[in-house]
Design a protein. Structure first.
Length: 241
């Protein structure tokens, strides 16, 4: 089976600033990979490069055994909520429908019956059918996150990439997002940036600590020999339980 992702010796620079250095990483299909690490460690840069939003300075990225340009639509992306324009007036249904838009469209695009059916299914699946006509900017953080996940799923991707999906959510909303991620992980590859130790401990099949380079890759939260300089004492406390 093709790897979901294959990163070979990827380096990402912003002018003279090195954000990611010589990262090689493969992700199997069906894996639930969490990338964690200190602020400024290059996590967002790495996923932006996977999504072709920024170029790599060196190295290559393959998705499902193909070049990135050949797999548009096979990758869904849930951005950090803070990067989302909350003032933009749009209903929940339209926000999800927009995820169905092909990458190249003319001036007029008419959504098909299938587009509407896919959106209806996702509204049900995320348990937000009752919110379909509401404005996105009126919703709670947890509700908004469900809409962003539905939107990312609307192109029927095989790989879902999420940037801190539980950051700044309350306990109840976090639990709902955990459940959604657990269900999704049974049918797709998930790559997620997160500092949420509970989420990492419960669901990650592989954990990568990134600080420009990969400092750790494994299936368990690491113990102290790794000088990761990031939340280690709380990680250890969690690990002992
Ligand atoms: N557009 C940019 N221009 C210049 N430098 C950038 C740009 N984006 C990120 N950087 C730098 O690249 C490095 C890695 O940043 P990046 O946002 O990828 O880290 P991160 O691990 O996602 O951080 P955080 O956890 O704080 O979101 C940092 O030193 C950052 O200042």
């Amino acid at each position: 089976m093709e790897k979901a992702l294959r990163l070979s010796e990827v380096t990402i620079n912003y002018h003279t600033q090195i954000a990611v250095q010589n990262v090689s990483l493969t992700v199997d299909q069906g894996e639930f990979l969490v990338i964690t690490g200190p602020n400024g460690g290059g996590k967002s840069s790495l996923i932006k490069a996977i999504l072709s939003l920024i170029p790599v300075t060196k190295g290559t990225i393959e998705i499902l055994g193909k070049q990135q340009s050949e797999v548009k639509g096979k990758i869904g992306y849930v951005p950090q909520q803070t990067h989302f324009d909350h003032s933009f007036p749009i209903t929940v249904r339209d926000a999800i429908l927009m995820g169905r838009l092909p990458s190249k469209i003319g001036w007029f695009y008419r959504y098909s019956q299938t587009d509407h059916e896919v959106v209806n299914d996702l509204l049900e699946q995320m348990n937000i059918a009752g919110l379909a006509k509401r404005q996105l900017n009126e919703l709670s953080g947890g509700q908004k996150q469900k809409v962003l996940i539905a939107r990312a799923l609307s192109s029927k991707p095989e790989v879902l990439i999420l940037d801190e999906p539980t950051a700044s959510l309350d306990v109840k909303a976090k639990a709902q997002i955990y459940d959604i991620l657990k269900t999704l992980s049974q049918s797709m590859t998930i790559v997620m940036i997160s500092h949420d130790e509970q989420l990492i401990a419960r669901y990650a099949s592989t954990i990568v600590f990134l600080n420009k380079e990969i400092l750790y890759k494994g299936t368990e939260l690491p113990h102290s020999p790794f000088n990761l300089g990031f939340g280690l004492s709380s990680m250890e406390a969690l690990h002992e339980h």
